[in-house]
Unconditional design. Structure first.
Length: 85
């Protein structure tokens, strides 16, 4: 299967934190759904491995998306509060 050319973010900006996967359970449902859909598209249409597709989807849908920033900030607060417990 030939790889399709996907338009992904250039990687500029802040790198993902090492624990980004722990944030997934704290995302609002609409962001989680958008993340899951993008990961599936990158994996199946783009021919990427699942773990790579998940990371790229998180970057594209959540990490580098200014509209998702308020939800991400709230999510971060929940994750950090749980880490201190």
């Amino acid at each position: 299967m030939a790889r399709s050319a996907l338009t992904l973010h250039s990687g500029g900006g802040q790198p993902l934190p090492a624990d980004w996967r722990s944030w997934l359970d704290h995302l609002p449902e609409e962001l989680r759904d958008a993340y899951e859909e993008r990961a599936a598209l990158i994996e199946y249409d783009g021919g990427e491995k699942r773990r790579t597709a998940e990371r790229r989807a998180f970057e594209a849908v959540i990490w580098r998306n200014a509209a998702a920033r308020p939800a991400l900030d709230a999510c971060c607060a929940q994750v950090l509060a749980g880490a201190g417990a």
